[in-house]
Design a protein around this ligand. Structure first.
Ligand SMILES: Nc1nc2c(ncn2[C@@H]2O[C@H](COP(=O)(O)OP(=O)(O)O)[C@@H](O)[C@H]2O)c(=O)[nH]1
Ligand SMILES: [Mg+2]
Length: 264
């Protein structure tokens, strides 16, 4: 059972006493959801931020993000679910910050931020299966609680936040490139972002000289032979490739709080 719309996510929030908002370390700012944070706040539920994929970003930058979120009153920690780094720290963080024990945790975030990976890491080697919490009636099959230990339960289905926003948000929030109405617009926004944070990356990954984003799409299409009958480059194909390469870590770059003007 997937919790993939706001109504389902909202009722899962009702069942939890702690929300873990998972964001992508490459751009925690764009992959946060102010809407999720707002719903949690209105319901009086505590929310913690987990910056995942920390293996892709230097520690110093991760610590800057923790400060930036801290100033907004959001406590954060970073982990790499893939490398299994920071996961003990994450468990301690949850138990320390939980408003009451056992912590009943809902994990939520945009697609591909690593929600399922974090659930697996938290489950670790525990052999317990989904079960009910003593004294907490009303859990249906939609809200199975998975017992990790006596102080920590997680709702077994992650809340997948619907992707909203402008072109750059659509790419960074994991919207499938195949489903985008205008992949070119999205890829141009992504290339613009790359030109700010890592101008040499395009040369390194594709062997294309730096230049205007639209020129990069043209060169990529021509090099790969993505052309229309009249020889014009198929920019949409090149655009989808750029977005896929970001999702698949071929195009690895990250932004810093300074790039976004959040830290001087
Ligand atoms: N580099 C890196 N990749 C990760 C990490 N955690 C998850 N991923 C990858 O991100 C993709 C999405 O992960 P998944 O857990 O399915 O995300 P979900 O859609 O939020 O449930 C997969 O390809 C994972 O291998 C991490 O800590 N570091
Ligand atoms: Mg998942």
């Amino acid at each position: 059972m997937k919790l993939a719309n706001w109504r389902e996510i909202s009722s899962a929030i009702d069942k939890a006493n702690l929300i873990l908002e998972v964001v992508d370390a490459r751009d925690p700012w764009t992959t946060r959801s102010r809407k999720l944070e707002g719903i949690a706040a209105r319901k009086g539920k505590k929310l913690l931020l987990v910056i995942n994929k920390s293996d892709l970003v230097p520690k110093q930058i991760l610590n800057q993000w923790i400060d930036v979120f801290g100033r907004e009153g959001i406590k954060a920690t970073y982990v790499s679910a893939r490398e299994r780094l920071g996961t003990l720290k994450l468990r301690k963080f949850i138990k320390r910050e939980a408003p009451q024990l056992p912590a009943k945790v809902l994990i939520a975030g945009f697609p591909k931020v690593g929600k399922s990976s974090i659930i697996n890491v938290l489950k670790g080697h525990s052999s317990a299966s989904t079960s009910s919490v003593p004294g907490s009636p009303g859990y249906t099959k939609h809200f199975q609680l998975y017992k990790i230990d006596r102080n920590l339960y997680i709702i077994d289905s992650p809340g997948i936040l619907p992707v909203e926003g402008g072109p750059l948000e659509m790419a960074l929030r994991g919207y499938p490139p195949e489903d985008l109405k205008d992949p070119v617009e999205v890829a141009l926004a992504l290339l613009q972002r790359i030109s700010i944070s890592n101008p040499k990356l395009i040369k390194k990954v594709y062997g294309i000289e730096e230049g205007e984003p639209i020129k990069i799409l043209e060169s990529l299409a021509l090099r790969r032979g993505w052309k229309f009958k009249d020889g014009e480059p198929n920019l949409s194909e090149a655009a989808r490739q750029i977005i896929r390469d970001y999702h698949r870590y071929k195009l690895v770059f990250y932004v810093t709080p300074k790039d976004l003007g959040l830290l001087t």
